[in-house]
Design a protein around this ligand. Structure first.
Ligand code: FE
Length: 343
């Protein structure tokens, strides 16, 4: 994507995010990553009359691993953190999520937007107020529920006790002080109580393993007891999943984390075939997917901050809140959560 196009979509993004005259927008990057995004965000913020600056951190020592969640590069840099806290909006080009510093910056009232996906995907999944509204309707329903059950024809039957953790929404922009979002995104999630997830999840061919960025090829049967995965059975995919979690040598890597569903009809389930190296936001967002997660729940305010983390969007599942159907076989049941053409 050329400079002009990038400038154009970033102006549209910051307009949605409510950037205006008198605000200060900071842009955070690391090493030589996403220098083009940094330039375009500086342009866009200035275009909208805001003050803006770019804070560039050195690259991670020894290079950054895939998904080294929690290591922000800001941990030993309190002066930089203080500067970012002073701004109204932070554009995070580094993936700060799960770091203590991200939470501290949000607590100071700074809204944060993470932008790390490929530019063509950002353009195609440009957020809209209409999509935000549908996501927020989902979040409202989820926040009132006290239990969630997920089933699938392949044998998934798992129940989450809800109520302890907040419900979060992601719709790809943020105009609310202290709120974080990630572009692109369109999904809602919460977490089960720490010992309140029990049952079986059967992953089917085509379900997605993030951060492997692969599609499951052979069924994987996960047994879940009191909030932890206690058994993983199946073929090669089960072995890879087990081996990866085991390598962290951390029992909290088996903890059940966030759970919810996706709403963006423009997001493709086959997205990994187009952007195999991205973060998988398209896969988290595709319409009617049910996504569960294993690993840290500190994002929701929980105690688990293990660096071992899976997000697993699944196709064709049904999801019930307090026994009311919300997703049925991969289709959203509630008309207000469907796009206008599908009501
Ligand atoms: Fe996750």
């Amino acid at each position: 994507m050329d400079h002009n196009q990038l400038n154009d979509i970033f102006v549209r993004q910051l307009t949605l995010s409510g950037v205006h005259e008198g605000e200060t927008v900071s842009v955070l990057s690391r090493g030589d990553e996403r220098a083009d995004y940094a330039d375009a965000f500086l342009f866009a913020a200035q275009e909208l009359g805001a003050n803006t600056f770019h804070l560039r951190l050195p690259s991670a020592r020894g290079g950054s691993g895939a998904w080294a969640v929690g290591d922000s590069g800001l941990g030993t840099n309190p002066v930089a953190v203080e500067a970012l806290k002073q701004t109204d909006m932070l554009i995070d080009l580094t993936f700060l999520l799960f770091s203590k510093e991200q939470f501290a910056i949000q607590d100071a009232g700074t809204r944060i937007l993470t932008v790390v996906e490929p530019a063509p995907l950002l353009a195609r999944l440009m957020p809209t107020p209409e999509l935000r509204e549908r996501v927020e309707i989902g979040a409202e329903l989820l926040s009132k529920a006290s239990s969630m059950r997920i089933t699938s024809p392949q044998g998934t039957n798992v129940t989450y006790k809800l109520g302890l953790y907040p419900t979060l929404s992601e719709y790809g922009y943020t105009d609310t002080p202290g709120r974080w979002d990630h572009w692109p995104a369109a999904f809602v999630f919460t977490g089960g109580t720490d010992d309140g997830v029990d049952g079986t999840i059967v992953l089917s061919p085509g379900d997605v393993l993030l951060p492997f960025n692969t599609y499951v090829q052979t069924p994987v049967k996960l047994t879940i007891e009191k909030g932890f995965v206690t058994d993983i059975r199946g073929g090669l995919d089960a072995d890879l999943l087990s081996s990866y979690i085991k390598s962290f040598d951390d029992p909290r890597g088996y903890g059940m984390s966030h759970v919810g569903w996706g709403l963006d009809e423009r997001a493709h389930w086959h997205g990994l075939t187009q952007f195999p190296g991205g973060m998988g936001m398209e896969l988290r967002s595709f319409y009617g997917n049910v996504m569960f997660s294993i690993g840290p729940n500190n994002e929701l305010g929980g105690p688990n901050d293990t660096p071992c983390h899976f997000d697993i969007p699944m196709r064709g599942c049904s999801l019930f809140l307090d026994d009311e159907p919300i997703v049925a076989g991969g289709e959203l049941v509630v008309p207000e959560m469907r796009p206008a053409g599908r009501r």
